[in-house]
Design a binder for this molecule. Structure first.
Ligand SMILES: *Cc1c(COP(=O)(O)O)cnc(C)c1O
Length: 419
């Protein structure tokens, strides 16, 4: 992967056909280190947010050894690149073939389920294995999330206690998991959801070894500045201490967005300016999927290979490259008034659900990747610390660290036992 100092250097050094992903592995390492140092338990990277090989490799180099895979290809990707990693197969609905392959070919022992039919599939396809670590996915409210995910997966209040009890009988270790929704803007949502999970565990009347609080940790997008990440850690740690679980129970989380969003921006080329219409080579079927379909606010700036764009601005409507009318970015964008063919628009904060979303529709979808070393638009992490304003961060540090160490010791024991 060629390396440039900044995206502008890249634009000035080579023709950008694009789209081009500008990768910042150093930023990813900082986020990964922050999570591993501060989350009082196991951190599983949610592969679906960005399965690019450079992302997996950079996480691995930063010490990440646990991965949340949602499909057999994701299991295979991690098995291939991270030989000693622990892979959790966390899609509540899995094909029988993929369960078999994951268990027998790739050593996967951790599976999630949200109903008895899926439990039976897992048991049948693993030959009623005795070493399964099974998590029951709970349906929870997604209030407080910018991108709710509720309604599709999860055992509801009525079924969950029975399912937890039934699963206990087949699991070497039993856990509960949930997802509060992506880009959760309120740390209290984790606290409330964990209290809800605790109630369901009490109703089930069995012991639980693992509490997996899922993903949903936010990133700073324009107009969507989340509370400091340390507040989420505090909320989760406090709620965990109040939960009715085994004293030595494990705590897991599955961040996707918060680890990778900041670390990638995407360059898309202006192919034509027609009045106030700007036609780009990326859009609704490419890396800008969320910009269109989730109307997500991404930061934008313009790079020109020769000379500087005008300081004067005008409002433009942005269009993607495919023939589908859906391929139109919502709203208007304020850009240099002399925007012209060949200019490059850099869209920031696209590490999560950016390149991962690109399709082949209309023959588009190839994305080149180059490494850059500039600071991203904004960051929740600076040099391994959660960025200011985060007065709570220092106050919580002394409690968080020893707990995290204790959790790691338990993990090491577990790893040894599993051989
Ligand atoms: C998508 C997903 C994640 C990652 O979510 P983020 O909002 O990107 O942190 C984690 N766990 C599960 C089960 C998911 O489906």
């Amino acid at each position: 992967m060629s390396r440039y100092h900044t995206p502008l250097d890249l634009v000035r050094s080579r023709p950008v056909e694009g789209p081009v992903a500008c990768a910042r592995p150093d930023r990813l390492a900082i986020a990964a280190t922050w999570f591993q140092d501060n989350f009082p338990g196991e951190v599983l990277y949610a592969v679906k947010a960005n399965p690019s090989p450079w992302v997996i490799d950079a996480l691995y180099r930063a010490g990440m050894r646990w991965f949340d895979a949602a499909s057999l290809p994701e299991v295979e990707l991690i098995a291939e690149r991270c030989p000693d990693a622990t892979i959790a197969y966390m899609h509540p609905i899995k094909s029988r073939h993929s369960i078999r392959r994951a268990y027998f070919d790739h050593g996967v022992r951790i599976f999630v389920l949200d109903c008895e039919a899926e439990l039976n599939k897992i048991l049948e396809e693993t030959g009623y294995a005795k070493d399964l670590i099974l998590l029951v996915r709970l349906a929870v409210s997604n209030e407080g999330s910018a991108l709710p995910l509720a309604g599709k997966f999860g055992a509801g209040e009525a079924e969950a206690p029975d399912l937890i009890r039934t699963t206990r009988a087949h699991a070497e270790e039993l856990g509960v998991s949930f997802h509060v929704g992506s880009q959760c803007m309120a740390p209290g949502t984790f606290r409330a959801t964990m209290a809800e999970a605790s109630r369901l565990i009490v109703k089930a009347g069995v012991t639980v070894d693992i509490v997996d609080v899922g993903g949903g940790f936010p990133s700073p997008y324009p107009g969507m500045t989340p509370p400091p990440m340390a507040d989420y850690i505090t909320a989760i740690r406090d709620a965990f201490e109040d939960m009715m679980v085994l004293e030595n129970a494990d705590l897991w989380c599955e961040p996707g967005r918060a680890l990778i969003a900041e670390a990638v921006s995407v360059l898309t080329r202006v192919e034509l300016v027609k009045g106030h219409q700007v036609h780009l080579n990326d859009g609704a079927y490419g890396c800008l999927f969320d910009m269109v379909h989730a109307k997500w606010p991404f930061p934008i700036r313009v790079h020109r290979a020769d000379g500087e764009p005008s300081q004067q601005t005008a409002e433009f409507k942005l269009y993607g490259p495919t023939c589908d009318a859906i391929d139109t970015m919502p709203g208007l964008h304020t850009l240099p008034a002399d925007l012209a063919e060949g200019d490059v628009i850099e869209v920031g904060m696209l590490g999560a659900y950016g390149t991962a979303m690109a399709t082949r529709f209309n023959g588009f979808g190839d994305v080149e990747t180059f490494e850059v070393a500039d600071f991203p638009w904004t960051s929740l992490y600076t040099g391994g610390e959660a960025e200011a304003p985060a007065p709570a961060a220092t106050g919580t540090e002394p409690r968080v660290v020893p707990f995290a160490r204790a959790q790691r010791r338990r993990r090491n024991r577990l790893m040894k036992r599993r051989g």
